[in-house]
Design a protein around this ligand. Structure first.
Ligand code: HEM
Length: 404
């Protein structure tokens, strides 16, 4: 291992890339890592980073050695949520919440997602210049998940405010800012919890057919108990895991079409390729670039000794550009034969629960936009910045488009 590699802390490197390089382009660095140190140890932080497809796959698929309980503090909203749990509790919760994302439930929501998409497109009508993230890619998943959770439109404004505060970051790192931010966040979390508790109580009395909370409440009635203490964290997790990621998927896709208009033209002449474009976008500009696990017990991994308690960061974004799996990985290829082999949704037992919903929303969004807009002019400002309120996100803060 070279001296220079040893001092690189991958997460610091990633955040530096985010701050210093306007284009936030981690891909050349990933390539170097895949070639030189696909399994990299950081002495200073006593943690590992994993960059190759094969190794990332091994990590996500080996729940016995790589734990998801990565030390989220008890008071943090994700502490009682399945994404930070291991079996057997994870298995039990997952088997119940799976019901909210079955193909039947997705099918039932499809017409409403079309309507919401068309309402957002109608609002852009007549405008020549829009911030696509603010007007379309941002609101779409938030409105969809709010309706899926059974939130009435009258409460939507409050709901959006709470989600915004909870998933924000402090303006700067000064003690005063951090204090103000923490206070606002705790208040919003408490209010959101109370709000969800009211919905849960209401759905126990008047359950609906396809909204998520009714599905969970009904599971309670047939004996497979998901106690109330897990329902609110689950709802919070849906907001945390589902909104920004889906916004990034739709935003990154449109960014890529603006960058390479020939892709947009191909889709226009053959709309059946939209689902290919969604998969390729997930691979090419993965909304979640890096996740982590903790070593559960000592093991030998690709010739290295991994010790219990060490953190392991795995770079999905690097795995998805691995030339040993994807031919010409730096090219956005609509006809890639192994297009669904990407790991943008993770893998193993924590494979993204919301993947069918994210795919459905992105397919509907892109198909509807294609019908409406015959071509794009290049955006006025063209920036690919990381979204600041997420440590691992890869997406746009804003994307100004000129519409024809
Ligand atoms: C898990 C990515 C959309 C809900 C995950 C994981 C990834 C991911 C990588 C695995 C985490 C791990 O292994 O530790 C994405 C991407 C999305 C997306 C790229 C959009 C393009 C959604 C949506 C929802 C959702 C729309 C729900 C509304 C979840 C949940 C988990 C999860 C509940 C935890 C599953 C478990 O622990 O068993 N997601 N996600 N995600 N995602 Fe997504």
């Amino acid at each position: 291992m070279s001296q220079s590699n040893r001092v690189v802390n991958p997460l610091i490197a990633l955040s530096m890339l985010k701050r210093n390089d306007n284009s936030f382009n981690p891909f050349p660095w990933y390539k170097k890592m895949r070639e030189e140190s696909p399994l990299l140890y950081n002495e200073e932080l006593d943690c590992w980073s994993v960059f190759s497809y094969e190794m990332v796959k091994r990590v996500v698929e080996n729940k016995d050695y790589f734990s998801s309980a990565t030390g989220v503090k008890k008071e943090q909203s994700l502490s009682r949520s399945m994404i930070t749990m291991d079996p057997p509790l994870h298995t039990k919760i997952r088997s119940i919440v799976n019901r909210a994302f079955t193909p039947r439930v997705m099918k039932a929501w499809e017409p409403r997602i079309h309507e919401i998409t068309n309402e957002l497109i109608a609002k852009m009508e007549g405008k020549r210049e829009i911030d696509f993230i603010e007007e379309f890619a941002g609101p779409l998943p938030v409105i969809v998940i709010a309706e899926m959770l059974g939130i009435q439109s009258t409460n939507m404004k409050k709901f959006k405010e709470w989600s915004h505060i909870i998933f924000s970051t402090p303006v700067d790192n000064s003690d005063e800012e951090v204090r103000i931010w923490k206070e606002a966040k705790l208040k919003a979390e408490a209010e959101l919890e109370e709000f969800f508790n009211e919905i849960i109580a209401d759905k126990r009395k008047n359950p609906g057919d396809n909204d998520i909370i009714s599905i969970l409440v009904k599971a309670n009635e047939v004996g497979e108990k998901l106690s109330g203490e897990y329902i609110v964290p689950f709802c919070n997790l849906l907001l945390a895991a589902g909104n920004e990621t889906t916004t990034s998927l739709i935003g990154n896709s449109i960014y890529t079409f603006a960058e390479q208009p020939e892709i947009y033209r191909s889709l226009q002449s053959n709309p059946l390729l939209v689902s290919h474009a969604v998969e390729e976008s997930l691979r090419f500009r993965s909304p979640v670039q890096v996740m982590r696990r903790i070593v559960k017990k000592d093991l030998e991994f690709y010739g290295q000794q991994l010790k219990e308690g060490q953190l392991v960061f795995f770079f999905l974004g690097a795995a998805n550009r691995d030339e040993r799996v994807f031919e010409n990985p730096e090219i956005f290829d609509l006809n890639r034969s192994n297009k669904r082999d990407h790991m943008a949704f993770g893998g193993g037992i924590h494979f993204c629960l919301g993947a069918p919903l994210a795919r459905l929303e992105a397919n509907i969004a892109i198909s509807s936009l294609l019908k409406k807009y015959s071509a794009y002019e290049f955006p006025l400002t063209f920036e690919l910045d990381p979204i600041p309120n997420s440590g691992v996100g890869y997406g746009l803060n804003s994307l100004n488009l000129l519409l024809k």
